[in-house]
Design a protein around this ligand. Structure first.
Ligand code: FAD
Length: 317
């Protein structure tokens, strides 16, 4: 079976959920080979990769690979593409993953598909394009297909792979060493799931009215075990930190449930959330464009609706 390379996303030695999703996708199309960049792979991480189908685990354990922003990861993958002739390369459609994918495409003279939300036989991808306005089926016709898949597009399913480890030494170009990461500042993770990986996201917009009032959005998210997001109007007003912005110039999320409270539904916001499986909108304006997109809509004042909803959910726990 032909090998499909999956670039592993990991933090503090822990494999991120999106990688398990990519392995699950790869398993349905060939033999998954996980590619771990950087030092610090643990026995637990290896076991997890194998548990979700990795037949091979390529480990490029040099610190250089992670100390120099994204270019080394693209060079590592390009080297593996040349050496192993994989059928395809899958990366997560995160900001970093997409940059790696673009650079890898140039290096290997291959086609690249970003923001895939599904992948089928023949590497035909369901792709969300034009800021999420249109869904198309795309296929790479040149080189090795490189596909950046959105987190939460596939449910991860365990299916044991052989997990055979192979060390990889990558010789980085001077260009790849041109920019170096000088400091990493740990974000307070808190109890909430990471925004792009969360199965449930509750976002607040200008309608929330103030930074203090975001407490009701957080309370609803916590009652559901979800993450908190915000529209750009809310992050620009500094009511909520910018790293939680959802949309064209923020994060792209694709959760099972997205609740938009006090958000009008501008195209730039939709671009980051419209592939959510179920969308609930809470807005006092019945004409708000978000209702065109919503599976369920509540016309009302979020200051009343959101706390009532939270209370009801907490009661049923
Ligand atoms: P508004 O459009 O002002 O909507 C507020 C909504 O809240 C209204 O529908 C109103 O009826 C409702 N409301 C008010 N009070 C209440 C209440 N008490 N109860 C219930 N409902 C209430 N935006 C993003 O979100 N993400 C992006 O990444 C992004 N990128 C952009 C990039 C570019 C290049 C540009 C030009 C714009 C971008 N924007 C982005 C901005 C975008 O165009 C909108 O301005 C923004 O999404 C609006 O945010 P909002 O819906 O919170 O505010």
């Amino acid at each position: 079976m032909s090998e499909i390379l999956v670039l592993v996303e990991h933090v503090d030695g822990e494999v991120k959920k999106v990688t398990l999703e990519l392995l699950t996708l790869a398993r349905s199309l060939g033999s998954p080979a996980a590619v771990w960049a950087g030092p610090g792979i643990t026995a637990d991480a290896k076991a997890r990769l194998a548990e979700y189908g990795a037949d091979k685990i390529y480990v490029a354990g040099s610190g250089d690979v992670v100390d120099h922003v994204v270019a080394p990861k693209a060079e590592l993958l390009a080297q593996l593409v040349a050496d192993k002739s994989p059928a395809a390369v899958l990366v997560a459609a995160t900001a970093e993953g997409k940059e790696v994918a673009g650079r890898l495409a140039v290096k290997t003279d291959s086609g690249v598909i970003t923001d895939a939300v599904g992948l089928r036989e023949g590497f035909v991808a369901d792709q969300s394009i034009f800021g999420g306005g249109v869904n198309v089926q795309s296929r790479v016709r040149r080189g090795t297909p490189i596909v950046a898949v959105r987190p939460n597009s596939t449910a991860p399913e365990a299916a044991a792979g052989a997990g055979a480890e192979e060390e990889v030494t990558v010789s980085l170009s001077d260009g790849a060493r041109a920019a170096r990461i000088v400091e990493r500042v740990k974000q307070e993770k808190g109890a909430r799931p990471e925004l792009t990986e969360a199965a449930i996201v509750v976002s607040g917009g200008r309608g929330v009215g103030s930074a203090e009032n975001f407490a009701i959005i957080e309370a609803l998210a916590d009652s559901l075990g979800g993450a908190v997001g915000a529209s750009r109007a809310a992050t620009d007003a500094q009511w909520y930190p910018h790293q939680f912005q959802v949309g064209q110039t923020g994060k792209t999320v694709s959760p099972q449930l997205y609740i938009a409270a006090g958000i009008s539904g501008a195209i730039q916001h939709r671009a980051g959330m419209q592939t959510a499986k179920n969308i609930v909108a809470i807005n006092k304006d019945p004409e708000a464009p978000i209702f065109e997109l919503a599976d369920y809509g509540v016309v009302g004042d979020l200051n009343q609706v959101v706390p009532q909803l939270t209370e009801e959910i907490n009661k049923r726990k």
